[in-house]
Design a protein around this ligand. Structure first.
Ligand code: TRP
Length: 389
């Protein structure tokens, strides 16, 4: 056991399971499941390890280096599968490069270093991010995150890179102003007025690198959302209300027989849903809308989450088999022995594209949340009862 100078963390001895070994194994098995080549997997694995620096040698027998909010068990990595009706699902990985650092300032510096290394490797500009540094990385920045990135892992070419920053870095009371100013600097003067009201802005995200139409995205939190609310929020996205209703109920743990006849006033009382509003160059109105539902809070266990996701994918004309195999690539545990392997399900609308369904998949390097014995669906209550209580 030695101490790594950069982070002060201990490196694992020979044969000891490490964070890096854990996530790399998952990446290899998931990559093979979605059909990435060994070369692609090796490159992406290296990028992932480089970005986490010395933290990858941290033995799994030690607790997480920081209480990262990236995942429930504080693993700084989460995978996702983006499904479309016409193609095989795409694998992505979300990472907190500054995970092992004690302050948000140091975490931000580690994050920026990781992004600049990728920009040099794949020759893309970072000017959009540079233009926002004072807003998102102020002295004494607050959490719960400084910078996360996600890679869209593409076969045989440069990945799409996304950077996530925290609108509450200068304090939650300034989050709205920070979002408005960031949108203005990026050329979206009128975008802020297009955002719905909610209970805060957990993330702002930038597409960097190779994208057909790069987006700026703002996430909004909606406690106690109902299916009727989701329909109202998605109104201008081109989404059919019946699709939103079906998705809402299925992802919230109660599969309706069809989009019809379900109670649109039922509300999510556990972890809130998020919406994401995307903007693309030259347009004022949002170009995309996403509904994120934290399915893990609304099921007993992952067997149920997989059944719901399978029903959803099938109903939207997407192939559920890769998702099922991906869960096997992540863990050997029984799906019924925990809740959280599928963290979120998201329904994504981008202008002039078919809807997508994304499943966010946990790494569970540190812990598995036990099944929820009292069925959480009991929490989905009609609005009247909420007001009465
Ligand atoms: N773990 C955090 C949450 O549950 C952040 C997060 C990770 C997240 N992956 C996500 C949020 C996917 C929305 C969608 O909120």
């Amino acid at each position: 056991m030695s101490t790594l100078p950069e982070t002060g963390i201990r490196a694992a001895g020979l044969g000891e399971a490490t964070l890096g070994g854990h996530v790399l194994g998952q990446l290899r098995r998931l990559g093979a499941t979605v059909g990435l080549s060994e070369t692609d997997i090796a490159l992406y694995g290296q990028v992932l390890l480089d970005s986490l620096a010395g933290a990858v040698r941290r033995p799994l027998s030690l607790p997480p280096a920081s209480p990262s909010f990236l995942s429930d068990d504080h693993t700084p990595v989460e995978f996702s599968l983006a499904h479309t009706p016409d193609a095989a699902p795409a694998l992505r990985v979300l990472v907190e490069p500054g995970w092992a650092h004690g302050t948000m300032g140091d975490s931000a510096r580690a994050g920026l270093t990781a992004i600049r290394a990728m920009a040099a490797r794949w020759s893309f500009p970072t000017d959009q991010l540079d233009a926002l540094e004072d807003l998102f990385f102020p002295a004494g920045a607050e959490g719960p995150l400084a910078l996360w990135y996600a890679l869209d892992l593409r076969a045989g070419k440069a990945p799409g890179v996304k950077v996530y920053v925290n609108p509450s870095a200068a304090g939650p009371e300034h989050a709205a102003r920070t979002v408005e100013e960031a949108l203005r600097r990026l050329g979206y003067d009128k975008a802020f007025a297009e955002l719905p009201s909610g209970a805060g802005y957990p993330f702002l995200a930038l597409d960097l690198g190779d994208w057909k139409s790069p987006r700026t995205k703002v996430y909004v939190k909606h406690p106690h959302m109902s299916a009727d609310d989701a329909c109202a929020l998605s109104r201008d996205s081109g989404a059919a209300a019946a699709d939103i209703r079906y998705f809402f109920h299925a992802a919230a743990g109660s599969l309706p027989p069809s989009g019809q006849g379900v109670d649109g006033t039922l509300r999510l009382l556990r972890r809130p849903a998020l919406t994401c509003h995307s903007f693309t160059e030259g347009e004022t109105a949002p170009s995309g809308f996403t509904l994120h539902i934290p399915v893990r809070d609304y099921v007993r266990d992952d067997e149920e989450a997989l059944a719901l996701a399978t029903a959803l994918l099938t109903r939207f004309g997407m192939d559920p088999t890769v998702l099922k195999r991906s869960l096997r690539a992540l863990t050997q545990r029984q799906l019924a022995d925990g809740a959280g392997l599928i963290a979120y399900l998201a329904l994504v609308y981008e202008r002039s594209r078919q809807p997508r369904i994304t499943a966010y998949l946990s790494s569970e390097a540190y812990s598995v949340r036990p099944p929820q014995e009292q069925h959480p669906q009991a929490d989905l209550v009609p609005a009247q009862r909420l007001r009465a209580s």
